[in-house]
Design a protein around this ligand. Structure first.
Ligand SMILES: NC(=O)c1ccc[n+]([C@@H]2O[C@H](COP(=O)([O-])OP(=O)(O)OC[C@H]3O[C@@H](n4cnc5c(N)ncnc54)[C@H](OP(=O)(O)O)[C@@H]3O)[C@@H](O)[C@H]2O)c1
Length: 264
């Protein structure tokens, strides 16, 4: 029987590429996003994952046809840009609701199902930026850091089961993420610096890796017998190296490198 996979955020970008690839490989794929893409081969259940009732209904629909869920990929997420000083409580809560509370709710829904067969995997899509407080992306970096830490905690809590969880921390990927970011207002004192950084960050995404090359990497993690590590990193060599550089040099030096790399 083919394995059942739930992926959130499948109407575009990484989730869409992943859904189509895994479907072509013969998996039983359910995508959860608010809009239904026209170019998806897999089934989409239109769902706003920040609404618990909609998630409950989607899971019920999946369970009506499948007795188990083999893999949950918490992929849906948004970026947020702007100065820390200018972010509103609503913007921050919207971001953390989508990037943290929603994937956590999905985890709480699939764990009891996975526990019945004592098997399953959960991949939380994070960012290499979770380990670096990037300029004008403080809340995005913070939301992905929180996702990393929640994942680490959950690994201890699942240690007596065969249910495994990890994060997959991406570098820049060529998707429409820039168009979907929450953008705070920018007060005058920040405009010059913000514009420089904003141009850089958008160029980085536009020149990022193609989303479809992530899919085989993720399938390998799903099928491997070897226990999952807490975190996997997928990006260019320089993006992956940045994590090590941060650990090896004084942070004030590292800040200078990031400032230059960001266009400041
Ligand atoms: N692209 C990068 O450079 C990059 C780098 C590091 C990490 N990531 C992470 O990779 C993941 C995918 O991003 P992407 O680049 O593929 O961005 P994207 O093209 O903007 O895709 C985001 C997906 O999330 C879905 N989504 C947003 N709000 C939702 C909601 N309330 N309920 C259900 N689905 C929702 C969107 O679908 P609807 O709008 O139709 O709901 C869309 O399918 C994100 O977690 C992102 O943080 C991306």
């Amino acid at each position: 029987m083919s394995k059942t996979i739930i992926i959130t955020g499948t109407s575009s970008g990484v989730g869409l590429a992943l859904g189509n690839y895994l479907y072509e490989k013969g998996y039983n794929v359910y995508g959860l996003s608010r809009s239904v893409p026209t170019n998806a081969n897999f089934s989409t259940i239109p769902t706003d994952i920040t609404h618990e009732k909609e998630v409950d209904d989607a899971i019920d629909q999946i369970l009506a046809k499948n007795s188990k869920i083999d893999l949950l990929i918490n992929n849906a997420g948004r970026g947020m840009v702007g100065p820390v000083e200018n972010a509103t409580k609503n913007e921050i809560l919207n971001l953390f609701t989508l990037n943290i509370a929603a994937p956590t709710y999905l985890i709480s829904k699939v764990l009891p199902i996975m526990r019945k067969v004592n098997k399953g995997k959960i991949f939380n899509i994070s960012s290499i930026g979770s380990e670096i407080g990037l300029p004008f992306r403080g809340f995005y970096s913070g939301s992905k850091s929180a996702l990393d830490m929640i994942t680490e905690s959950l690994r201890y809590e699942l240690k007596n089961t065969d249910i495994e969880v990890c994060t997959i921390n991406l570098g820049d990927i060529r998707t429409d993420i820039a168009d979907h970011r929450i953008k705070s207002s920018i007060s005058n004192v920040y405009i010059k610096d913000f514009e420089k950084v904003y141009t850089h960050m958008n160029n980085d995404v536009n020149n990022g890796l193609a989303p479809d090359i992530i899919a085989p990497f993720i399938e390998k993690l799903f099928t491997q017998e070897k226990k999952l590590k807490p975190h996997y990193y997928f990006g260019t060599a320089i993006q992956k190296l940045s994590r090590w550089v941060k650990l090896m040099i004084p942070q004030t030096w590292f800040e200078k490198i990031i400032a230059k790399y960001s266009g400041l």
